[in-house]
Design a protein around this ligand. Structure first.
Ligand code: DGJ
Length: 549
């Protein structure tokens, strides 16, 4: 069928106008009542992510990345863009890798979080171009207390900041050009695991002079500290033994804050920093070489907020396996003003259960690290395997979350989500929600109570190591969406329902379809509900209605 030309022209104008109107808003981090959402295409989005290995940021290497991401059922890839690769020659930018990456992400229906490996990558200048690495005069390294040159570039190097910023701004400008309509890139991490190992701050003459300056009022206003020797004054006068670390944090945060400001002025994507954490449970004490000084450790988040207002949040990279520390870290980073995200976590199988805990805490995202099929394993931090069995423990969980990812992100933003992971002690735990409480036990068979069968000595198969987890969204006063594995759940009343006898009214197993509609597959009753709701190794999604009498 052919349209008369005028009509066809009018029709195409209408299509164009609709497309212009429909242009999705920029990704954005929003906050309400202390909760956060990463808005993507105008609605809350949860990053079910994966971070590729450090050297997978080349077109050829990407071939081993996408299959792993697919196997994982991830929706987002976190991957480096290195300063050395976009500006090998000063002033000459090459974005061919970025172009390939964005095009392939689209083909694979994946979003991207780009990791800017610039002045600092795990504190070192290893990803800066050669012309930066080899010119200490122009790009000064830090000087330690004894006057020796340290490995780390100084955050007080004005030329370094200028050069890094120029490259970063060029990258953001390029992203704007190629991605402002589609938003394949949804967020940017500025640098990687910043801070300095072994040296607390820059003791160069420039460093000494800056250290003697008064602490800026913006820092005094927000930085909580175990000591406050004076209301104002120099870093030492105010913060005593914490002054060196705080000063270095301020120097790095200011540097990064300026890079983020300049980059966002060109193309305003959400930006964050990641952190090689300090021991979460150690009593607070001044730096003594036990973590990277100056990084966004949980104790200096106020300084980062004051000095880098265009950085949306700081996020912990978690490689310590102990469940107690994992939990404390989440609490430390999830402040009223800090969105929670775990941009890196070990890809060892035992970490899969933490996905439930992190997403239940209302995080905007999570990503195990080292998810690609390059022949490299960061064991013992992560899995020894570099093949499909490495992604499998995470993949089962992501597959269950994916169909409801948008709903989950919305519930998280509304403060309706809860989650836990089986502890190293294997002990029962509970979650208290509005007027309901759920106890969660582990290493249970599906039938009956443990006490009925003293003759059964051995634990259920595949439970030698902790691998249970549960995430719950309270979708209505008496309604819940539950997702989990290797756990037994028992609901009971709390708050207004406290002390009342309660019952399961309905327990539907099912899934959400592409339009967000719940599709029931079966109703759990009888054995399947009499002894608690028993979740096995295969993550299931349950829609539960509770009642009382
Ligand atoms: C944390 C860093 O941020 C990653 O880039 C990587 O080096 C891991 N440590 C270790 O594999």
């Amino acid at each position: 069928m052919t349209f008369p030309r005028r009509l066809a022209f009018a029709a195409s104008l209408t299509v164009l106008a609709a497309a212009a109107q429909a242009k999705a808003p920029m990704p954005q981090l929003v906050q309400q009542d202390g909760r956060h959402a990463l808005m993507v295409d105008g609605a809350p989005f949860v990053i079910l992510g994966a971070q590729a290995h450090n050297s997978s940021n080349y077109p050829e290497a990407l071939k081993k990345v996408w299959p792993a991401l697919k196997d994982l059922h991830a929706n987002t890839l976190e991957i480096p863009v290195a300063w050395e690769q976009i500006e090998a020659v000063e002033g000459k930018f090459d974005f061919s890798y970025v172009d390939t990456l964005v095009a392939q992400a689209r083909q694979n229906k994946m979003r991207l979080v780009l990791l800017w490996f610039g002045t600092w990558k795990n504190t070192s200048p290893q990803y800066t171009p050669e012309w930066v690495k080899t010119n200490n005069q122009r790009f000064p390294r830090m000087i330690d207390k004894d006057g020796k040159v340290a490995y780390c570039l100084s955050p007080l190097g004005e030329e370094t900041l200028k050069a890094d910023k120029k490259a970063f701004v060029a990258l953001m400008g390029h992203l704007k050009q190629i991605d402002q309509d589609q938003h394949t890139v949804i967020m940017v991490q500025v640098e990687n695991e910043i801070g300095t190992y072994g040296v607390v701050r820059d003791f160069s003459p420039r460093g000494q002079a800056a250290f003697a300056q008064p602490v800026p009022q913006a820092v005094l206003d927000v930085q909580k500290s175990p000591v406050r020797l004076a209301a104002s004054g120099s870093w030492s006068q105010v913060y005593g033994d914490y002054a060196d670390q705080y000063f270095h944090s301020f120097a790095i945060a200011s540097y990064i804050g300026e890079i983020a400001r300049a980059g966002r002025a060109v193309y305003d994507l959400p930006m964050y920093v990641n952190n090689a954490t300090r021991d979460a449970t150690e009593p607070m004490a001044p730096w003594k070489g036990n973590f990277a000084s100056g990084g966004p450790t949980y104790d200096v988040l106020g300084i980062y907020r004051a000095a880098a207002p265009r950085i949306d949040f700081a996020a912990p990279d978690i490689y310590g396996a102990e469940s107690a520390k994992f939990k404390v870290l989440l609490d430390q980073f999830q402040g009223l003003t800090n969105a929670l995200m775990v941009p890196e976590m070990s890809n060892a199988a035992g970490f899969a259960r933490y996905v439930y805990q992190v997403l239940g805490h209302g995080a905007i995202g999570i990503a195990p690290f080292g998810i690609d099929y390059a022949d490299y394993s960061n064991f013992p931090l992560g899995s020894l395997s570099t093949a499909k069995d490495m992604v499998e423990p995470f993949a089962r969980i992501y597959a269950a979350f994916r169909p409801m990812e948008r709903q989950w992100a919305k519930w998280a933003f509304e403060g309706r989500t809860y989650g836990l992971a089986e502890g190293d002690d294997r002990a029962e735990q509970s979650l208290t929600m509005k007027d309901w409480k759920v106890s969660v036990s582990f290493r249970e068979y599906q039938f009956g109570e443990k006490s009925w069968f003293p003759q059964v000595k051995e634990a259920p198969p595949n439970t030698d190591k902790p691998n249970g987890g549960v995430a719950i969204a309270q979708t209505g006063p008496n309604e819940f969406i539950v997702i989990g594995q290797h756990a037994r759940l028992k609901f009971g009343g709390a708050g207004a329902n406290g002390g009342k006898p309660t019952m399961l009214l309905r327990v539907e197993e099912g899934h959400f379809d592409a339009t967000g509609k719940w599709i029931m597959e079966r109703n759990w009753n009888g054995d399947q509900a009499d002894y608690g709701l028993n979740l096995t190794a295969n993550p299931v999604v349950l829609k539960i209605k509770m009642g009382s009498y």
